[in-house]
Design a protein around this ligand. Structure first.
Ligand SMILES: [Zn+2]
Length: 55
């Protein structure tokens, strides 16, 4: 996280691995070089736990 405002991100239905809440904000972030696909990150709307999607 870079201190972004979570309220600007769209939300989706996904289960938080920390608390089991089923709503999280998500965004795409370029992690390394530009020729790699960006990684999708999620942040739980309840406990603020942040995790990334692995494919
Ligand atoms: Zn949570």
């Amino acid at each position: 996280m870079r201190g972004e405002d979570i309220n600007t991100h769209p939300t989706t239905t996904i289960t938080c691995p920390e608390c089991g809440h089923n709503k999280a904000a998500w965004w795409l972030q370029q992690t390394r070089s530009a020729d790699e696909a960006p990684t999708r990150f999620f942040q739980c709307l309840k406990c603020k736990h942040t995790w990334r999607e692995y494919d």
